[in-house]
Design a protein around this ligand. Sequence first.
Ligand code: NIG
Ligand code: FE
Length: 413
Amino acid sequence: MTVLIINIKQLVQVRQNNVTVVKGKDMADLPVLENAYLMIEHDTIVEFGPMSELDEIEADEIIDAKDRIVLPTWCDSHTHVVYAGNRVGEFEDRINGLSYEEIASRGGGILNSAKLLAETSEQELYEQSIKRIHKLIRLGTGLLEIKSGYGLSLDAELKMLRVIRKIKKELPITVKATYLAAHAVPKEYKDNKSAYVDLVVNEFIPTIAKEKLADYIDVFCEKGYFDVEDTEKILKAGVDHGLVPKIHVNQFNIIGGVEAAVRHNALSVDHLELLDDNDLEHLKGSRTMPVALPGCSFFLSIPYTPARKIIDNGLPIALATDYNPGSAPSGNMNFVVSAACIKMNMTPAEAINAATINGAYALGVSNQYGSICRGKKANVMITKEIPDYRYLPYSFGEDCIDKVLVHGMIWDL
Ligand code: NIG
Ligand code: FE
């Protein structure tokens, strides 16, 4: 099966060499080819170039992209899209004056979602989740990470991870699974958090790793949740069982989690609404990708990750949605890219690099995804008629995506 896309107004994020991460000043460079074609064979990008160099227009399927932009699909490296129900009640409580932390300390928040999840069958959880993901693919997401973490017991975590495994099997997009081992302290362990951490380390992690249900290990390293000592214990156990760390850190407080994550060679540190110079120093020279989640900052009215500071220090940054029922109930990467430009002062080029190649890096697959490059997977999206790639973040809230190709196949749900 061959697909040929012709007359592309701008072919964006097009790379001659297989770049796997972009950092610092290089983030401002987003290569664009005007009036281009793109050739796909089966699931792979095989050729591209200016229309003037296309010898013959022949393929099983020809798509005319006149006045349209083509770019790699979004790589969303941080979501909690497998969840039960919603938290619209807490949304209203926050509007009426309660903070996210106050709601959590009253037994709402993550514990609320854990209760809903416990009451929901595995099949129902799958159905609710897959519906959400179908909508995301339509909006251009072609690579997706999904975390557990609303289980809090071994059985319920296994239920979540099996749902993620089923989603992996059923969907054409690549899905990575993260065992969010420590998301909140369950009620029963309120006064004995260390016993819960021991349980996670000695029982939950070995079981989940043995069943090969996760690629990554995550911890919510935050005041009132899990401190640096808990985090390190869990990351170490995860690493010992072959799980790569990707952690929630610096959302509300700086407690030393970035340094700990880097020490454990984390692939990413996510949130970073707060970030100090010590954190920056530890990130420099590490392989750890800082991941910003502007949808969460928007929804909770908390600070935005200081992207400029990160980039101006020569570091890379990735963007993800954090799609979850409590702090970011939207998985729309188009909005995330807009918010990064509007609220974090990232240029459209920087934001698109952050949402494609660097997102793929944060999932360890940027050799295969995240840019238009010969030999890479054919995950590309075609916009509606728009004047320029910068129009994507500029026209925030508008749905500019027309067609999405996943591994060379047109997504039509
Ligand atoms: O990434 N911060 C921790 N976890 C999620 C929110 C979870 C929830 O509120 O349900 C986050 O923001
Ligand atoms: Fe999260």
